[in-house]
Design a binder for this molecule. Structure first.
Ligand SMILES: [Zn+2]
Length: 150
């Protein structure tokens, strides 16, 4: 099922924890509105970067969130967040481009560049109200976050 032109329900509810996949997708059905918001934000970012985005984690129900070590208050459990890797683009360069083009991502609330245990990805949070401010952070341990002035 498509949420937007380029993003599907399946990819925003996927997990490599196969035993938790079906229950995760069942839980996700209660978050359709939020998942559409996230997909809309991913469309804005995709347009700015000019490349497809690989979604490595989207909605996570509590069991899946626990299994991947997510924080108990994670926006992933509310259907408001996605972790992405831009295909064929350096993650740091992508982060800079998003900051430079933040006005073209009006539904983006928060973008965090995560450089944790040898992996790099972008954590994206969508706005739930239009007047929310945009914020950019970097973390190297997944626990403490430094704001990047944009
Ligand atoms: Zn995340």
């Amino acid at each position: 099922m498509k949420l937007t032109e380029n993003f599907t329900f399946d990819e925003l509810t996927s997990t490599s924890h196969n035993e938790l996949l079906e229950a995760n997708r069942e839980s996700a059905k209660a978050f359709m509105k939020q998942l559409k918001y996230v997909a809309g934000t991913l469309e804005e970012i995709r347009a700015v970067l000019g490349v497809p985005l690989r979604v490595t984690s989207g909605f996570r129900n509590n069991a899946l969130n626990k299994a991947v070590g997510g924080s108990a208050t994670s926006g992933h459990t509310k259907g408001l967040c996605a972790d992405i890797i831009p295909v064929g683009l350096n993650v740091s360069d992508a982060f800079k481009s998003i900051i430079e083009s933040k006005a073209q991502c009006p539904s983006l609330k928060k973008c965090i560049i995560e450089k944790v245990r040898g992996s790099e990805w972008l954590h994206i949070e969508t706005k739930t109200e239009a007047n929310q401010p945009q914020q950019f952070f970097i973390t190297t341990n997944g626990k403490t976050y430094s704001e990047v002035k944009a």
